[in-house]
Design a protein around this ligand. Structure first.
Ligand code: ATP
Ligand code: MG
Length: 451
């Protein structure tokens, strides 16, 4: 970490961390650089493990040590990748193993802060004192250490709380194309959590720097930041760092869950996380499968999702993972894999966004697998009626909008559809409690029955 933190002001704690790192490495395995092929550096350094950290000592005078991670093996060589654009690396540079795997600093000091993938402040509010360090990769959780999900997770968004009710510890996908309102919706859900003992951990992966600034200062705003930690790795950063931002966010979520905070973990987007892993996998020589994704990418996705849930011995981690779709999800292995392993998906529709219907949730294509468990009989009946109206209207949209085949039934359907759309829309800063949303749903049902 010496190298990564070198250009920024180090807190006393970070400096101690770096010192601690060198102390941990009591016995250094070492080797030399044999080849540098762009992203991947081949070294002779036997005895290293996959994901272990190591450092290259560049030959140029005045250059910092370069932190790297082992990403694979090729015959008698170890393949490593650096955490930054590597300058000063040449054949024969010394490589020294660190006897550790990637960790991330965590602590209550991170609440309200924007940090990079290593927990270093990006927000000019000074260095952050960490409480401890957490490994970013952990063993899978024993399935018997999980509890059933019985408590509703209130999002404050009417359309979700009534038709796609979420539970604490649920893992949900947010599937949408670009510019359809993902960030706005995610920020609105974070705002809702202000009054509760909830921490939002938000990983922004592969975005442009401008987008991160906009999200933190405008979309989420000072209010939304109060209970949140934002971990950002922008698009131009090396793939190891983009992937690490997600792993660090999960580790941070686990820390707060162990401290008794209910956590909302948001990853925006899992697609860009998968793309970063694809770059690493391909560079390590893994064979590509559909769309170039390697098999390690598709197994890394469930490993992240499974770290969320409702646990027996600590507070829940609810996960919302955005997935970029451009209308051909069937051919996108990331979207397909995530759909299969998540506990439901919220689909945002560009057609709705074009009609200024916000949040642009297409409830006929969305599903919460815990809706049955978390809703009562009258809610189920009302939601069934709403879905029915939306489906019937969509099937006859052309006729209805051209005013063809006008009769009492089409007039009723049009009216019911308008009422449903009005109910499902919500302006940006508006929030509803779960019970208010259910009361409005009941009123909507009465209106539809009356028509
Ligand atoms: N609830 C809303 N109310 C009004 N306008 C909205 C709402 N949600 C989104 N928008 C409009 O859509 C635009 C894009 O929203 P947003 O940035 O949230 O989309 P995104 O899906 O995150 O985009 P990207 O793919 O670029 O990350 C906003 O600038 C705003 O104009
Ligand atoms: Mg966005």
């Amino acid at each position: 970490m010496r190298d990564i933190t070198a250009n920024r002001q180090l807190s006393g704690f970070a400096a101690r961390y770096i010192n601690a790192l060198s102390l941990i490495s009591l016995h250094h395995k070492s080797g030399i650089v044999l080849q540098n092929t762009g992203l991947v550096i081949e070294v002779s350094c036997p005895g290293l493990y996959l994901s272990q950290l190591c450092e290259i000592l560049p030959s140029l005078a005045g250059t910092e040590r370069i932190l790297c991670q082992v990403i694979g093996f090729k015959e008698d060589r170890t393949l490593i990748m650096s955490y930054k654009k590597a300058a000063g690396i040449t054949f024969g540079c010394k490589v020294v193993a660190l006897d550790m795997f990637a960790h991330t600093p965590v602590g209550k000091g991170y609440i309200g802060r924007v940090v990079d993938a290593f927990g270093i402040a990006l927000d000019d509010q000074g260095a952050i004192e960490a409480d401890t360090f957490m490994p970013i990769h952990r063993e899978p959780i024993n399935p018997l250490h999980r509890n059933a999900i019985n408590d509703v997770f209130e999002t404050g968004i009417k359309a979700i709380d009534t038709t796609l009710t979420l539970g604490k510890g649920q893992r949900m996908g947010l599937f949408a194309g670009s510019g359809v309102g993902k960030s706005t919706l995610l920020a609105a859900i974070c705002h809702r959590s202000q009054s509760k003992q909830q921490i939002n951990i938000i990983a922004l992966v592969g975005e442009r720097g401008r987008e991160v600034h906009e999200f933190v200062h405008e979309t989420l705003g000072a209010e939304g930041m109060k209970n949140s930690v934002v971990i950002a790795a922008t698009a131009e950063q090396p793939p190891l760092i983009r992937a690490q931002a997600v792993y660090s966010a999960v580790a941070m979520a686990e820390y707060f869950s162990e401290q008794g905070f209910e956590v909302l973990l948001i990853v925006d987007s899992m697609t860009r996380f998968a793309m970063a892993l694809r770059e690493i996998g391909l560079a390590a020589g893994e064979p590509p499968t559909m769309r170039g994704y390697t098999s390690s990418v598709l197994s890394a996705l469930p490993a992240i999702i499974e770290r969320c849930g409702n646990f027996a011995n600590r507070a829940s981690i609810t996960g919302i993972f955005s997935v970029l779709t451009e209308g051909d999800e069937q051919n996108d292995p990331v979207a397909e894999t995530l759909k299969a392993i998540l506990d439901g998906h919220i689909v945002l529709s560009s057609a709705l966004a074009q009609r200024e219907h916000y949040p642009a949730i297409d409830i006929t294509r969305s599903v919460s697998r815990l809706f049955g468990r978390l809703s009562n009989v009258s809610q189920k009946a009302a939601v069934k009626s709403v879905r029915n109206v939306l489906v019937r209207y969509e099937e006859n949209r052309t006729l209805l909008e051209m005013g063809l085949a006008e009769n009492k039934d089409t007039q009723t359907l049009r009216k019911q559809y308008q009422s449903c759309c009005l109910f499902l829309q919500q302006v940006k800063d508006e929030h509803f409690t779960h019970s208010d949303s259910l009361a409005l749903l009941a009123t909507l049902l009465k209106e539809c029955q009356h028509d």
